[in-house]
Design a protein around this ligand. Structure first.
Ligand code: SR1
Ligand code: MG
Length: 401
């Protein structure tokens, strides 16, 4: 019998053996494993019983970033972070994350619920699918996870203990480099088509923008507000018409709350840019705007309710303090959203929303995304309401180089 006393990258056959050893299926079941990972970092196996159709997912961290290979070594510790974050998120809002069945620190592997019937949100957005329940759902997840892991929801000593447990220096460094640094310089990790070179150069010459990005990077590195997911793009969200699940919190750490909210907004806006020229997608574009508005409105309503009902932690209970806090949070989210849009056009890791477009449409959408990102970052301190964010979007026009 195979036992794993040291780390080994699993094969499909190993994944079957592993599930058998854990006793996750009936002994008489015929099991089939398929590696289905399409993300940037890990192996993902679906192990399924031919008889019952029941299946589980094994997610295993590789000692390097899959998208780059051994040239980018990466800590296996991220799998512990992910398993622990999933468990905490599961305690706070069970129906919004996959159930964790088993975590193996030697193999850096987590066995979890297979979200059959769910689809990666990004794929649905690429088809211009409207998800009427999505914005309120993700806002609820954000409010619950961010409030209850923050100094509003935890005793000061517990919160500091959590900060220590979720130090995630290597994955934070990836974000510091890929989101806040490399896109703004001529770095070998960046890639984009020659057709948008002029726009990229103009963006990099914008000293005010660079100053704002520096401030947002500083915020990301220093503001341990809550246990953030850390990589909440639309590939980390699975949807069904009636439900939403958040996956992949391996970038989780104690960081600024606005980073998660900004990530969702950025990816909705990237989809907006990708569909902008398609007259047939007018209703979808309108829905994206509604979704951003609903996301913020529901988030603030829920966060406010928690603050009023559950208490304000170590802080005096003055509602106007929360008003100030939420306004700052909206400005942070706006700035982070801008950074996340820009990195997906210029930096190492792009998004299929844009990459899948025909060349001319792609370049126009990318130029628009850079323009929107730049505007959000530069004007974030003027934002008072979520409609101000949408107004900034309206000031951007589809231009051709
Ligand atoms: C090398 S990792 C590239 C990107 O993939 C992850 O999903 C994060 O967004 C990271 O920045
Ligand atoms: Mg991921």
């Amino acid at each position: 019998m195979t036992t794993w006393n040291t780390y080994t990258a699993l094969t499909e056959a190993d994944a079957v053996t592993y599930c058998r050893q854990l006793g996750l299926f009936a002994a008489e079941d015929t099991l089939q494993a398929t590696e289905i990972g399409d993300g940037n970092l890990n192996l993902v196996f679906r192990v399924e019983s031919r008889q019952s159709g029941r299946s589980v997912i094994i997610k295993q961290a590789l000692p390097y970033a899959r998208v780059v290979g051994s040239a980018m070594p990466l800590t296996l510790e991220r799998s512990r972070i992910e398993a622990e974050a999933l468990k905490i998120q599961g305690q706070l809002c069970q129906e919004w994350v996959p159930a964790v069945y088993h975590y193996d620190p030697v193999l850096a592997a987590t066995v979890m619920e297979d979200l059959k019937g769910f689809e990666v949100l990004r794929k649905g957005l690429m088809r211009a699918t409207i998800y009427p329940r999505f914005a309120r759902g993700i806002a609820h997840f954000l409010a619950m996870t961010l409030f209850w892991t923050s100094d509003f929801g935890l005793a000061p000593s517990k919160k500091k203990e959590m900060v220590g447990k979720f130090l995630n220096p290597e994955l934070c460094k990836i974000t510091e480099d890929l989101v806040f640094t490399e896109p703004y310089y001529d770095h070998s990790n960046n890639h984009y088509d020659a057709e948008i070179e002029q726009t990229v150069q103009r963006l990099r010459a914008d000293r005010v923008l660079l100053g704002e990005v520096f401030q947002l990077k500083y915020k990301f590195m220093t503001e341990a507000q809550a246990l953030v997911h850390g990589d909440l793009h639309t590939g980390s969200i699975m949807v069904r018409a009636d439900a939403t699940k958040v996956i992949d919190p391996e970038f989780a750490f104690y960081g600024p709350m606005g980073f998660d909210i900004g990530a969702v907004v950025a990816n909705l806006l990237l989809s907006y840019c990708a569909h902008q020229r398609r007259a047939q997608d007018a209703a979808f574009l309108q829905w994206i705007r509604t979704a951003i508005r609903e996301l913020w409105t529901t988030f603030t309503q829920t966060f406010r309710r928690l603050y009023e009902e559950a208490g304000s932690g170590a802080f005096p209970h003055f509602p106007y303090l929360l008003d100030t806090f939420l306004q700052q949070l909206l400005q942070d989210a706006t700035g982070f959203a801008g950074c996340k849009m820009i990195r997906r056009v210029i930096g190492l890791a792009h998004v299929a929303d844009l990459d899948s477009l025909p060349a001319e449409e792609k370049h126009q959408a990318e130029v628009l995304a850079l323009q929107v990102g730049q505007r959000l970052i530069r004007a974030r301190s003027m934002v008072e309401r979520v409609d101000d964010v949408l107004a900034l979007l309206d000031t951007c026009t589809l231009t051709v180089e």
